[in-house]
Design a protein around this ligand. Structure first.
Ligand code: PLP
Length: 398
């Protein structure tokens, strides 16, 4: 029997975590069990688009919990019907399937594409994905991901995900064959270190997939719900994919995700897809509260302005310390550190009461709440500036 000498030991040890235990959150701040306050520029991994414990989400969940938590996925419920309608009205898609995590939504997208291949493309099943891409941690989504660290894990892999290079159309063209049914990508590769696909590349992919009768699938789990300054990233490129997945921000902190498809691509038949908690009213009520806020033009404009401010402040910081480029869009930005000092900066920031993420050893990623204020951005920049000044006088530009 497993002994439990310390409270941490009752949880499976699946990642290196600092010994901090969080007990409360409000807006851009978190508090640990010693009362220490932290400014949070991770926000649950780009999840809390309205910050911690937003009252509209808390109230929506509380109100829904008092009337109906789940009637069974075998029946319709009012909250999921309302949220599906609102998502369809605000996007280029006709139908929605709700899921509980990003990986599950992507698993659904992969199944939908394979179903489409079976029905319309003579059994084609290959989905071209990208080196560096990240689509989740189920077996199929790990195979769809182009993350090096996944390669030796959990063999044998799910087959059918040849990898192209981001922003290299020829590498995609070279992989298209009779078995190809779709191309799937994140418009900005978040976990790989915030590497954007150019708008021209996305437009060229749309043209290529149309030419060959292939589905274009956007994984907007990180980029969707206002993260890049538009409700959905595909709007920047003036094109629309056939399938899109959403997660993270869609629930404002609760486990909700969605698979959206155009009428033509939406080809599941009874028995193909489902799940006990999928589309449960409790999570959908949270999703409705989030979408109501995030889809407001004034909210998106403010998020866009905050993103531009953060970008320019990061550029100034970079120039002061001789660091590299700032990349990304809206409030999904990365700072190139030029050196593998991400983990050390993250640890020093934690000590100083600032939560930062380093998706790659030589980069920091910034994904604050979409309603982050200029003052909070200034506070984060000052905190990071102090850490860089302390540790890197030699790197500073004279
Ligand atoms: C682009 C992208 N797709 C899929 C996922 C997986 O989502 P989840 O962790 O909710 O399964 C993530 C998570 O980081 C992501 O960033």
């Amino acid at each position: 029997m497993l002994k439990v000498p310390h409270p941490f030991d009752a949880l499976m040890d699946i990642t290196a975590r600092p010994p901090t235990v969080f007990v409360r959150g409000e807006g851009s701040y978190l508090w640990d069990d010693t009362g220490k306050r932290y400014l949070d520029f991770i926000q649950g991994w780009a999840v809390n688009c309205l910050g911690h414990a937003p009252s509209c989400v808390a109230e929506a969940i509380a109100a829904q919990a008092k009337v109906l938590i789940t009637p069974s996925p075998a029946y319709y419920n009012a909250a999921s019907l309302k949220l599906a309608k609102a998502l369809v009205e605000n996007s280029a898609f006709d139908q929605v399937f709700f899921a509980n995590s990003g990986a599950e939504a992507n698993e659904g997208a992969i199944k939908l594409a394979r179903k489409y291949g079976a029905r319309h493309r003579g059994g084609a099943f290959e989905i071209i994905t990208f080196e560096g891409g990240f689509h989740g941690r189920t077996l199929a989504t790990m195979s769809a991901s182009g993350k090096k660290a996944f390669e030796p894990l959990f063999e044998p892999k799910v087959a059918g995900f040849p990898k192209a290079k981001l922003n290299d159309l020829d590498s995609v063209k070279a992989l298209v064959n009779d078995n190809t049914v779709a191309v799937m990508l994140e418009p900005i590769q978040g976990e790989a270190g915030v590497w954007p696909a150019t708008d021209q590349f996305l437009q060229a992919l749309r043209a290529l997939t149309c030419e060959h009768g292939l589905l274009l699938i956007f994984d907007e789990i990180q980029t969707g719900m206002g993260r890049t300054g538009k409700l959905f990233h595909y709007e920047h490129a003036g094109i629309a994919p056939d399938i899109m997945t959403l997660g993270k921000g869609i629930g404002g902190g609760v486990p909700l995700a969605a698979l959206l498809a155009t009428e033509q691509a939406s080809c599941f038949e009874h028995g193909d897809q489902g799940g006990t908690f999928n589309g449960n009213p409790l999570m959908c009520a949270a999703g409705l509260a989030v979408l109501e806020q995030v889809s407001k033009p004034a909210f998106l404009k403010a998020a866009c302005d905050a993103g531009l401010f953060l970008e320019s402040e990061l550029q100034k910081l970079s120039a002061r310390h001789g660091l590299g480029e700032v990349r990304g869009r809206g409030l999904l930005l990365a700072l190139d550190l030029k050196l593998p000092m991400g983990a050390s900066l993250v640890a020093q920031a934690l000590e100083a009461g600032l939560l930062l993420n380093s998706p790659q050893p030589d980069a920091l990623r910034f994904m604050p709440a979409l309603n982050v204020t200029r003052e909070e951005i200034g506070e984060m920049i000052d905190g990071l500036d102090a850490i860089l000044t302390r540790g890197g006088a030699a790197r500073r530009v004279a």
